[in-house]
Design a protein around this ligand. Sequence first.
Ligand SMILES: Cc1ncc(COP(=O)(O)O)c(C=O)c1O
Length: 323
Amino acid sequence: RNAIAENDYKARGCSITADEIFISDGAKCDSGNIQEIFSTDNKIAVCDPVYPVYVDTNVMAGRTGTYDAGKETWSGVIYMPCLAENDFAPQLPKETPDMIYLCFPNNPTGSTITKAQLQEWVDYANKVGAVIIYDAAYEAYISQDDVPHTIYQCQGAETCAIELRSFSKNAGFTGVRLGFTVIPKALKCGQVSLHSLWARRHGTKYNGAPYIVQRAGEAVYSEAGKAQLKEQVAYYMNNAKYILEGLREAGYTVSGGVNAPYIWLKAPKGMTSWEFFDYLLENANVVGTPGSGFGPSGETYFRLTAFGSYENTVAAVDRIRKL
Ligand SMILES: Cc1ncc(COP(=O)(O)O)c(C=O)c1O
C-alpha cells in the first residue's frame, strides 16, 4: 500500500494515503462488489456500451428494475450513450443518479476523456451528491498528456469518488490476481463514511491477497519492474497501432487504440455486431468481440484487442485487409 500511495498517487500530486487503499484480488471483483455498500434503492448511471460487470452485479443485487428484452435495457438504469457523435464520451445525465460508473481508458471503446472533462464529472457528482466509481484498470496505457491517470488528479474527487485499479493489464497479473480500491476517508454519504463501510465489507467477506502476490505487486514499483511494465505496455500498444492503421487503410471506421489496448470499429455494410463476427470468423478466421454484448449502443460496433502476440496481430490484420 505504501508503494501504491507513493507511486500512483503522491508522484502525481494526489494526497491519497496508504490507509485509504484496500488491496484485493482484482478490479473485476471490486467493481462487482462495491455496490454492496450502497442502498438497494440507489440509482446507477452507466456508459453504454460498458464493461458488463457494473450492470450485471447491480441486476443481481435487485437494483435495476425490469428488463426490456426488445431494447436490451433495464428500467432502473440510467444509460449514457457513448457513440461516434459524442466522441465516445458520456454526457452528464438528465436524471440524477446516486452512483456513476466511469471507466477511462474505456473498455470496450478504448476512448478517454481529458482532465478538464473529468473535472466536470467530479464537480457534478459533488453538486448532486452522487458517488463516482472510477475504473482505471487501463491507466498504464495512457499516452496523451491531457488524459488523467487517476480521478484524484481532479479537484474535489476525494469527496465523491472511489477508484478501482488492477495489476492485470499493466503487469500481466491476470492469473496471479491483484488489484486495489481507493476510498478516501473524506468520502461520505450524509454522515456515513464509505471508507468504514468498505473496510467492514472487505474484512468480512474477503481473506486478503496472498502475501507472495502482494510482494510481487510491490516489485511492479521497483526500477526493474517499472522498466518491464513499460516494455510490455509498449509491446501491446505497438499491436494496437498496427490494428488501428491497418484497418483504417482498409477503409474501416476505427477509434481507440491510442490510450488503450482496444480498437473499436464500426461494422461495415450495415452489418450487426454478430453478423460481422460471423463474417470475420468465416472469411478471415479472426475472432473479436461483438459490440452489442456491451450494451445496446454497442450494436453495429466491434472490439478488437491488442493483447495478442505481434505475429498473430499482424496475421489477423493482414487477413482482414484482404477481405
Ligand atoms: C474495465 C475493466 N475493469 C476491470 C477488469 C478486470 O480486472 P482484474 O483482472 O483486475 O479483475 C477488466 C478486465 O477485463 C476491465 O476491462
